[in-house]
Write a protein that binds this ligand. Structure first.
Ligand code: ADP
Length: 385
């Protein structure tokens, strides 16, 4: 940034800070901040860099006073100029009228087959002395989310229709077989299984939609890893016995993470349930906990290993998608809904962690839930006052 331009910046910085603060707190009404007479230019650069959107401050002659990297990556600015003619026109209108304006822009970068598109939502705000502030958000991400929730709705409807349709056909068959008690018993048994399936499906859809609306770290508490892992193991023991699968653990003591205990129990239970469901009789599922270092940060790994059917490489890339099953028949036979792993993935993400899979067809799988570790809370008894 040129020192000449920078020297004229002090006067607008107060107004700019106010605008940025307003943007960051989502337009919550706050009293205006006090004047900041010697606001260093370096601080302005840091503020713009901290804004996730593309942020650009333009001078009175459309010159770029300051722009963050995102604005450059989005193609809003190149070098010292704004390169989108429609945006430049809007900047001039806003400067002339003194009123904020917004526009959606569909940009095309490059040519021919290598061309890529960007869909931006841009707001342009007038400042003092002919300066203008431009904030650009990537609309493609919002559009992707809308598309994904539309897909989810149509998949969920389809999935719900299957057991409902089956129940209706089975009830009809049971009525027609009224004078054959054995057949009636068979049909009602199937009706009960389909009702259970419907209940599981509804409860997992509710779990998933709750997870999407909540941020577990907002009200997180320190949770001892072995405690939530042991609760998950208890929850799955009956299923393991019923399927003749051995369930064992190897747990490191004294590991803690920050999070929502209920969600963490659900995530580990889902992994263990799958380990059992996709193993044959006399299979083995082992749950272990230990620490690992990632980029100098200590994490806790909860690994769930089985020696079951394994997952083909092409399926490994998709199993965390909602309703995706590598083997539909097996998932149906074991009461699967196709949502278990997407719930684990949501929980991991909400806790600032990850879930990954290693697997080989015919040999088994290991799923690892990795969460940032925290120090054990201080358990020293408080001294009497
Ligand atoms: P489901 O309810 O069908 O088990 P999930 O989301 O839990 O749904 O898992 C998605 C798919 O991933 C499963 O249908 C199955 O094909 C595969 N899968 C998950 N865990 C395992 C495992 N431990 N071993 C083999 N396949 C697995």
């Amino acid at each position: 940034m040129s020192p000449v331009i920078a020297s004229g910046l002090g006067a607008v910085v107060g107004a700019l800070v106010a605008l940025l603060v307003l943007t960051l707190v989502r337009r919550r009404r706050t009293p205006p901040p006090p004047e900041v007479p010697d606001f260093p230019v370096a601080d302005l650069v840091s503020i713009l860099d901290a804004v996730r959107a593309g942020a650009t401050l333009l001078g009175p002659h459309d010159d770029i006073v300051c722009a963050n990297e995102t604005a450059e990556k989005m193609g809003v600015v190149r070098g010292t100029r704004v390169v989108i003619p429609a945006l430049l026109d809007l900047v001039r209108d806003v400067r002339r009228d003194g009123e904020m304006a917004s526009v959606n822009l569909d940009l095309k970068k490059g040519r021919g087959r290598t061309a890529t598109g960007a869909q931006l939502s841009v707001r342009v705000l007038p400042l003092s002395l002919g300066r203008v502030f431009v904030v650009a958000d990537d609309r493609a991400q919002a559009l992707r989310m809308r598309e994904s929730s539309r897909n989810f709705m149509s998949n969920a409807t389809h999935e719900l229709k299957t057991p409902v349709g089956a129940i209706s056909l089975l009830a009809e068959a049971a009525r027609e077989a009224a004078d054959d008690p054995e057949a009636v018993g068979r049909f009602t048994g199937k009706i009960m299984a389909e009702s259970q399936r419907l209940t599981d499906l509804i409860s997992q859809i509710i779990t998933l939609s709750k997870l999407q609306g909540e941020s577990p770290l907002a009200a997180a508490e320190p949770v001892e890893v072995n405690q939530f892992v042991s609760l998950a193991l208890d929850r799955c023991r009956q299923l393991a016995d019923a399927r003749d699968v051995s369930l064992t653990s190897s747990l490191q003591e004294g590991l803690w993470v920050l999070g929502d205990p209920g969600q963490l129990v659900t995530a580990v239970s889902n992994l263990v349930t799958n380990g059992i469901a996709y193993s044959d009789a006399r299979g083995r599922v082992v749950v272990s906990t230990r620490t690992s270092m990632v980029d100098g940060v200590e994490h806790v790994d909860v690994a769930v290993s089985d020696n079951g059917i394994g997952i083909a490489p092409e399926d490994q890339a998709r199993i965390f998608e909602r309703f995706y099953r590598a083997d539909y028949a097996r998932s149906r036979e074991t009461g699967g809904t196709g949502l278990g792993l997407s719930i684990v993935s949501e929980v991991a993400e909400g806790h600032g962690g990850t879930v990954t899979v290693w697997s080989r067809l015919g040999s088994g799988s290991t799923f690892t839930l990795r969460l940032p570790s925290v120090a054990a809370p201080d358990t020293e008894p408080e001294e009497d006052q």
